[in-house]
Write a protein that binds this ligand. Structure first.
Ligand code: HEC
Length: 160
């Protein structure tokens, strides 16, 4: 016990706060668009992809493509982050409780929240030139999509 402790003391690792501080400093030096992409990509890997793997890949990954939707075949990370139409569908279906199908294992409310936040702020927050997911919505109008923007998106688009 003692011995192990002394060993650890003799080769100290930087405390967590140093790592965080250095990270924050580096982050501050990078243009915000790049930063946004990086953090969207990082939280995808850390949080979103594991969720999709657990709850969706059976039917939408590893070669499975139910409803012509694959959630793990992207040409690049960039393509993945910018595939708004796909993520918009994912958001709608998960929010509505349509996906995963009723008899399958469902994500917890926290997990759903995680996924929704990532789509809203990661995917749709990335492109300041066209931050309006309503455009996706409008294009999909003819196919039974949404007509009105939900409050949480319109508020957010206006910066509120
Ligand atoms: C047991 C299999 C199964 C699982 C698990 C599953 N899906 Fe699906 N999914 C389907 C099938 C079948 C369809 C196509 C038929 C349909 O539209 O109902 C579909 C369609 C979809 C669509 C397209 C709907 C549209 O508007 O065109 C999306 C998006 C989707 N799934 C997302 C997900 C997500 C996200 C998960 C995980 C949270 C998931 N699915 C889990 C079987 C599954």
């Amino acid at each position: 016990m003692d011995h192990a402790n002394r060993l650890r003391v003799s080769s100290p690792r930087p405390p967590v706060w140093t790592t965080l501080a250095v990270g924050a400093l580096l982050t501050a030096l990078v243009p915000s668009s790049v930063r946004a992409e990086e953090s969207a990509a990082a939280s995808y890997k850390a949080k979103v992809q594991p969720l999709l793997a657990t709850y969706c890949y059976d039917c939408h990954g590893e070669g499975a493509k139910k409803g012509k939707i694959s959630l793990d075949e992207f040409a690049s990370e960039d393509a993945m982050l910018h595939d708004r139409e796909l993520w918009w569908k994912v958001l709608k279906n998960v929010r509505a409780g349509v996906m995963p199908p009723a008899k399958e294992e469902h994500p917890s409310p926290e997990e759903k929240g995680e996924l929704e936040r990532w789509i809203k702020f990661g995917v749709f927050g990335l492109d300041p030139a066209s931050p309006d997911p309503g455009r996706v919505t409008l294009r999909r109008r003819g196919s039974g999509g949404w007509i009105r923007l939900p409050w949480w998106i319109s508020g957010w688009v206006r910066g509120g």
